[in-house]
Write a new protein. Structure first.
Length: 102
C-alpha cells in the first residue's frame, strides 16, 4: 500500500480594514431676507436642536455669515440639505443650505 502525504496548508482569512465613510458638514448661509425665527424653526425641525441651541446657531449664521448645523455621512447630509432647501422654498425664503466635506 502506498501512503499519500497531503501538504498541510491552512488558509487564513485576509483581514482588511475598512475606513469609515467621509463626513460632511451641513451649513446654513446668511441672507438678508429669511427671518431669524424661521431659521430657528428649521434648526429645531430638521436638526433636532433645542430652542437654545437653535438660537445660538442662528445668531452665528447672522453674525458670521455661516453656521454648522451638524456633521453627517454623505447621504444623510445630502438629504438634510434637500429637505431644508425645499422647506425654505415652500415658505418663499431664500435660505441657503449646503454641505462640505470635513
Amino acid at each position: 500500500m502506498a501512503t499519500r502525504k497531503q501538504s498541510e496548508s491552512v488558509l487564513e482569512a485576509e483581514r482588511t480594514k475598512t475606513k469609515p465613510p467621509p463626513l460632511f458638514k451641513v451649513l446654513l448661509l446668511n441672507d438678508d431676507y429669511t427671518p431669524m425665527d424661521f431659521v430657528v424653526v428649521v434648526l429645531q425641525t430638521f436638526f433636532s436642536m433645542s430652542r437654545e441651541q437653535a438660537m445660538r446657531i442662528m445668531l452665528k449664521v447672522h453674525r458670521e455669515g455661516v453656521g454648522v448645523c451638524g456633521v453627517f455621512p454623505r447621504d444623510v447630509a445630502a438629504t438634510k440639505v434637500e429637505l431644508v432647501t425645499g422647506y425654505a422654498r415652500e415658505h418663499q425664503h431664500p435660505l441657503a443650505c449646503v454641505m462640505e466635506e470635513c
